[in-house]
Design a protein around this ligand. Structure first.
Ligand code: ADP
Ligand code: MG
Length: 285
């Protein structure tokens, strides 16, 4: 199945010995399910809908309407992951624009210049334009949460089997580990962060689980994902405790668990993955 093909791809077995350069600036990644289609699926869920940033397909028109509506927007490539091809655009007080890519910021003064800059960089590829959400920060770096949701083959009981916080590298706005983000236990991250002190952490943690499970339920109600066994959700937190749901990854990375002091979650996740693989192979005969 899909899942299996991706894991073969990752383990390089079908890459014919081609080595993946871990230090390359643009990590290799298989094409992913459409972010836009997933957004439409998730909008059908009342719990998740409340947490989704406003998103549109990128066009000249949506670029400007979203920029003036929100002052700060994110452009992301339609079906890629790992933070690839993301940029942030902000309207500055003087009416100039700031473009932020990786750890570099560039000031653009003319509307026409920004327009051609964006159209050039997105180069006719499918992109989304999304409202920027000011995530809570740790030492000036935004962070969000990777939530792994799994079910055991043959059951319909989805459970959150682990989560960690990913903190962006200095001067980055994206938290992806592939973009140099680092890992912390979730409760510790929240405590260290700019999340208001009067927010109850255990309530927040159960809300994060709830929105992840609702997103799972919604995604798995589709024909494409009805047999799915694992998801990796990206959920952010604003200073006032409001949650923001960034995305549902259908082939989630979970290597961050290795960097936690407690390996319990990693073991649990791998155990269920191994069980599921065994059962799927058994079914195939
Ligand atoms: N609208 C947004 N506002 C603020 N930060 C964002 C926004 N969208 C994405 N990010 C940051 O960038 C990261 C990657 O975005 P995501 O939508 O998960 O794409 P990818 O598939 O490349 O991981 C998120 O985990 C978050 O840290
Ligand atoms: Mg992501």
């Amino acid at each position: 199945m899909y899942d299996h093909i991706f894991s073969l791809y990752r383990s390089k077995k079908i890459l014919g010995g081609v080595k993946i350069d871990k230090n390359a600036r643009t990590p290799r990644t298989p094409k992913r399910f459409s972010k836009h289609l997933m957004q439409d699926i998730l909008l059908q869920n009342d719990v998740v809908k409340e947490t989704l940033p406003e998103t549109e397909k990128l066009s000249e028109k949506s670029l400007w309407s979203m920029l003036y509506k929100h002052q700060e927007i994110i452009l992301k490539k339609e079906n890629y992951g790992k933070g690839i091809g993301m940029l942030k655009v902000k309207v500055l007080e003087e009416g100039n624009y700031e473009v932020h890519i990786e750890d570099e910021k560039k000031i653009i003064t003319q509307k026409t210049e920004l327009n051609s800059y964006v159209m050039n960089i997105t180069n006719g590829e499918d992109y989304l334009v999304q409202q920027f959400v000011a995530l809570a920060k740790i030492n000036d770096s935004p962070f969000d949460i990777r939530v792994i949701v799994q079910r055991k083959f043959g059951t319909n009981k989805w459970i959150v089997t682990g989560k960690y916080a990913k903190v962006s590298q200095q001067d980055y706005f994206k938290t992806n580990l592939a973009a140099g983000g680092s890992v912390l236990p979730v409760d510790e991250a929240i405590r260290l962060s700019s999340v208001d002190d009067n927010i109850d952490i255990s309530t927040l943690l159960s809300q994060i689980d709830e929105v992840s499970l609702e997103a799972t339920k919604q995604a798995c109600s589709t024909e494409t994902f009805k047999d799915w066994l694992i998801w990796g959700m990206d959920v952010g937190i604003e200073n006032n405790g409001k949650l923001v749901f960034f995305e549902a990854n259908e082939v989630p990375g979970y290597k961050g668990f290795k960097n936690l002091p407690d390996l319990t979650m990693r073991k649990r996740i791998r155990k269920i993955k191994a069980y599921n693989l065994k059962m799927k192979n058994k079914k195939k005969g």
